[in-house]
Design a protein around this ligand. Structure first.
Ligand SMILES: Cc1cc2nc3c(=O)[nH]c(=O)nc-3n(C[C@H](O)[C@H](O)[C@H](O)COP(=O)(O)OP(=O)(O)OC[C@H]3O[C@@H](n4cnc5c(N)ncnc54)[C@H](O)[C@@H]3O)c2cc1C
Length: 395
């Protein structure tokens, strides 16, 4: 059985790995370079789930479980530097017990620190900090983590085709039959036959579903991040309050990155970084880590979340959870064998791959258990060793 996966971000990488490991013949199609969508431009936080614990204990629990798994299977892409949620005013102090209780309910280890202990662990934080809560957040390498999945999938026989854009999802008698792709290196169009097609196109998933004539509820929700030079803190520093704009600082290599903001767009290809976001984020960052005030500006960029559902109620109301949609029901626009995945986070990419693969097995009438949680991934460098030469296009 041949499976075509559209989208070479972290989600596509994890699906490719899982299905290949379960014995499917898989081809991944990516219109640009691997991770050239949202995956290559996110904040880089390995979420313990603490940020979501008060709002959604299940998402929080899933994050924590995936942190434990990723530390086991992909340690080289993770810096386990831990996270501090800092309380700066009375409201934050009042919110803290609910936050700590919710973390405990979700199975997230958490420890309250006095001001002096917090400053001892993380000298970069605002000395006005009233108290802090330490959780097992960390930093992920946005590029290396998916590359580990790609390398492992390819060593298992998967095919990866970059610069190949899906321009049509083909079907016959209500069943998917393949993908028409445009190879941007040759300029030629080609039809790839497939028994199953998976739409893992992130914020572009709505456009890819439309190629199959399917209406997919998804909201591309961009957010801005700003990096300054220097590692101004070693832990992930977050504001101890309900999730909002500019309340997380992630140390990443020798940079400190503050993020993010959120709004909604129709077209993820037409996003500009709003200049106001940059000033607002830098102001917020100074509250958490005062050295931001004098730090040298490095860069600002924007990427779009592929949020599940439509943002009639405003983007922050939309769940951060992921959904696997089987377009094989009774609807007039349904196409058997066509699946979409929306929402989620880089932290839970493996779980997303597993959930999609479970649905595919169910559709195919196969009972094959996933094993990705217990399979250490190859090193990201193996991806380049497989092609023989660094920079060589992946055929
Ligand atoms: C501002 C911001 C900050 C974030 N911070 C974090 C964080 O700190 N930690 C965390 O865990 N998560 C974070 N996330 C979430 C995370 O980045 C995303 O959930 C994840 O990267 C989505 O991956 P994906 O593979 O689903 O989508 P993408 O990475 O966008 O992959 C989809 C791919 O599909 C390709 N594609 C589109 N159309 C076609 C086509 N027609 N044919 C072929 N290919 C196509 C695109 O080129 C793209 O490469 C953040 C998101 C945002 C926006």
């Amino acid at each position: 059985m041949h499976v075509a996966i559209v989208g070479g971000g972290g989600t596509g990488a994890a699906i490719l790995h899982d299905l290949t490991q379960r014995g499917f013949r898989c081809t991944l199609l990516e219109r640009g370079e691997l991770t050239s969508g949202t995956t290559g431009r996110h904040h880089g936080q390995l979420h313990s789930g603490a940020r979501y614990a008060v709002g959604d204990v299940e998402i929080a629990r899933e994050c924590m479980e995936e942190v434990t798994i990723l530390r086991r299977i992909a340690a080289e892409s993770i810096e386990m530097n831990y996270g501090l949620f800092i309380a700066l005013d009375d409201d934050d102090v009042d919110y803290s017990p609910e936050f700590e209780r919710a973390c405990s309910d979700a199975g997230i280890p958490n420890r309250r620190l006095s001001t002096s202990d917090a400053l001892r662990h993380e000298p970069g934080i605002n000395p006005r900090t009233r108290h802090a809560v330490m959780v097992p957040d960390g930093t992920i390498d946005a590029y290396r983590l998916p590359l580990q999945f790609f390398a492992t999938a390819r060593s298992g026989g998967a095919t990866i085709r970059t610069f190949c854009e899906a321009i049509g999802i083909d079907s016959a008698n209500g069943r998917v039959s393949g993908v028409t792709v445009r190879d941007h290196r040759t300029g030629r169009d080609e039809r790839i036959a497939a028994d199953i097609v998976i739409n893992a196109a992130g914020p572009w998933a709505g456009a890819v579903a439309a190629l199959a004539g399917v209406d997919l509820p998804i909201t591309p929700a961009p957010g801005t991040m700003v990096a300054v030079k220097g590692r101004l803190c070693n832990m992930v520093v977050s504001h101890l309050h309900p999730p909002g704009d500019g309340d997380i600082i992630v140390p990443q290599r020798n940079l400190s990155i503050v993020g993010s903001t959120q709004w909604e767009v129709d077209d993820p290809d037409a996003i500009r970084t709003p200049p106001d976001d940059i000033h607002r984020l830098l102001d917020r960052a100074c509250d958490l880590v005062p050295a931001f005030a004098d730090a040298e500006y490095h860069a600002a960029w924007t990427a779009a979340r592929p949020l599940s559902g439509r943002a009639d109620a405003g983007g922050r109301q939309l769940s951060r959870n992921f959904q696997v949609i089987t377009h094989a029901g009774e609807g007039s626009d349904d196409v058997a064998g066509f699946f979409s995945v929306t929402g989620g986070k880089a932290t839970v990419l493996r779980a997303m791959g597993e959930a999609v693969a479970d649905q595919v097995c169910r559709y195919a009438g196969l009972s094959i258990a996933g094993r990705t949680a217990d399979t250490p991934l190859l090193a990201h460098r193996d991806f380049w060793r497989q092609t023989g030469r660094v920079g060589e296009p992946v055929a």
